[in-house]
Design a protein around this ligand. Structure first.
Ligand SMILES: C[S@@+](CC[C@H](N)C(=O)[O-])C[C@H]1O[C@@H](n2cnc3c(N)ncnc32)[C@H](O)[C@@H]1O
Length: 320
């Protein structure tokens, strides 16, 4: 019998310490996952509070429902956070009852342990599984179908852009060679193709270095799930939903996400950050960062939960 992997919520105490949860709090969790943060936040909220949890992964929603389903303050919505602002969510928004705006919004970006540790989901090179990698298992192309649509150039560009992998070109060629020979089916096949270019040498293993396939897996996962495409827009939309004084907490896990959070923040802080700087537009100030540089996990948390090591938490309070 396989047991469901447990996802340990990252930077939990820091999230709890910095959110402002008044009586009858109104909270939107855009990445509910297995409900770890939700459970802890709800434990601090009174019976009149309302919590809307959004996730695009059916398995995650099911796990959160099992964990928290009996809590009448919680509603769970099947949606991606990019689409949560549109009309089909009307009923869920109504359940949230927040005409004056929200007190807290949480975005805990990226994949969960549930996804990473389930071989059948195809996210991990450690356990062999089908090349899927979709967060929303009911929609969109799998990683294998996505790779099938790529040329050497587009695949290399994605691996470079989303994995910051310098060997992106030979890796892309190696992956497509294996694919064209009909030998690319599983995460192990993909890892092997990457290792044919960047071998996991005994020296790298001895030094406990990350697997050389990590960056390529990250890149393909980001591309398949369109993870960064509308992140800036979603952060901006989230801030618009906060009441003055409300706070948006964003946990990012790699520099690409973090860069988008920072750029969006600078734009909304009144500093024009886009192209055409010669004629800067000063926007009205709507947010600021609470902790310059963000909050990173304590060494105790990094040791106890190694995936948390790269996490960074930014709080963006709205003040107008
Ligand atoms: C790091 S986990 C969140 C874990 C959660 N905070 C907890 O404590 O259990 C990220 C979750 O966000 C979901 N997710 C990622 N991108 C999403 C998107 N664009 N829309 C909705 N959910 C998304 C994933 O399916 C995953 O379950």
């Amino acid at each position: 019998m396989t047991s469901t992997p447990v996802h340990t919520p990252v930077l939990l105490f820091e999230v709890l310490d910095n959110l402002v949860l008044p009586p009858a709090a109104r909270i939107l969790d855009l990445t509910l996952g297995m409900g770890g943060h939700a459970e802890a936040i709800l434990a601090r909220c009174d019976p009149d509070s309302r919590y809307l949890g959004v996730d695009r992964d059916p398995e995650a929603r099911q796990a959160a429902k099992q964990r928290l389903g009996s809590d009448a303050r919680l509603n769970i919505l099947a949606s991606s956070y990019e689409d949560v602002w549109t009309n089909h969510t009307f009923e869920a928004w109504q359940a949230l009852q927040a005409p004056d705006g929200l007190d807290a919004i949480l975005m805990d970006l990226g994949v969960s342990t549930l996804q990473l540790k389930s071989p059948a989901r195809g996210f991990s090179f450690r356990d062999e599984g089908p090349l899927d990698m979709r967060m929303d298992t009911e929609n969109g192309p799998t990683a294998l179908q996505w790779i099938a649509e790529q040329s050497d150039t587009t695949l290399a560009d994605a691996i470079y852009q989303f994995g910051e992998e310098r060997a992106s070109r030979p890796i892309a060629r190696a992956i497509l060679k294996v694919f064209n020979e009909g030998r690319l089916h599983t995460t192990a096949d993909l890892a092997e193709a990457v290792h044919s270019v960047l071998p996991m040498t005994a020296a790298l293993k001895r030094q406990h270095r990350s697997d050389t396939a990590t960056r390529t897996f990250q890149a393909i996962r980001i591309a398949v799930n369109g993870e960064l495409v509308r992140l800036a827009e979603s952060i901006e939309r989230a801030i618009q939903q906060l009441r003055p004084g409300g706070r948006l907490a964003v946990i990012s896990f790699h520099s690409l996400e973090d860069r988008i959070v920072k750029q969006t923040l600078r734009r909304l802080s009144g500093i024009y950050d886009g192209p055409g700087r010669e004629s800067p537009t000063v926007l009205p100030k709507v947010v600021r960062l609470i902790h310059a540089g963000g909050i990173t996990p304590s060494s105790a948390e990094s040791q106890a939960n190694p995936p948390s090591r790269s996490a960074r938490l930014e709080f963006l309070p709205r003040f107008s």
